[in-house]
Design a protein around this ligand. Sequence first.
Ligand SMILES: [Fe+2]
Ligand SMILES: [Fe+2]
Length: 328
Amino acid sequence: MSLKNVRLEVMSFLEKDVESLIKKYLIPVETIWQPTDFLPNSESDTFIDDVKEIRELSKELPYDFWVVLVGDMITEEALPTYESWLMDVEGINQQERNGWSKWIRHWTAEENRHGDVLNKYLYLSGRVNMKEIEQTTQHLIADGFDIGTAQDPYKNFVYTSFQELATYVSHNRVAKLAKAKGNKQLSRMCKIIAGDEMRHHHAYSEFVERIFKVDPSQMMLAFQHMMKQKITMPAHFLRESGGKIGTIFEEFSNTAQRIGVYTSTDYVDILQKLINRWEIDKITNLSDEAEKARDYLMKLPNRMMRLADRIKIPENSYQFKWVEPAKL
Ligand SMILES: [Fe+2]
Ligand SMILES: [Fe+2]
């Protein structure tokens, strides 16, 4: 049987449990938080005062902070790219409305609230150039992405397991920075988003765990493939208005590293967490090739940590069009 057909078979074997995994990892619409729970109520008489308070507190936060929050928001807003990508993965059949496509729709519906709440907050903050941000978002959705997973469910679930944990780390760090500057409201907002990302991370990790049980060698090779080519961030094609595709992603990523929101050490930590979570050292029934992949993966965090220690981040901020320059 071809590799593709085995994957289709595995996906359809696991599909019967997806309904219960949706219940385990996602929260019903009526009980989950909504953006309005963390924003001023525009029907209330106190709305204008509440907005003034947001604007005052926003003055306390530095340029780099806003760049990172904007970049995170734009990454969330490019959700149409992620949904359409995942719907196209082998075994996730939108026509048949099977358990997998239901998962993708429900996951998307939860994720959609992240860009929504961040966008509204940034709009009210008075610290950012919304039109520039909107143009970057439109560019990013138009440019799409290529994360090197093809339509392979194994590779895609490694990617999403990694990526959900990465977004947990970054939203959680932003929450801590906001709290340190006395901005409790923004901190609570980013913390609750981080909570969603963590649930999603656990879900995708369980998908991979279940695949390891039925197709260990191919799952191992897929994991190795993804780590060899490195996990590309979903906003890697980021550009500003008038700019060329992908030209500012590195500047954004440098800014996030500089303020400690997401660093190369975090990348290695996430990899190590995945190795531990999937108990890569204990998996049995591997082909020779998959045994070699396991060895490669087990040694990778140490190797990468040595490299991460050597990376130097430029100290000067790039001037993004999204945020007014810091006032001295
Ligand atoms: Fe998100
Ligand atoms: Fe997410």
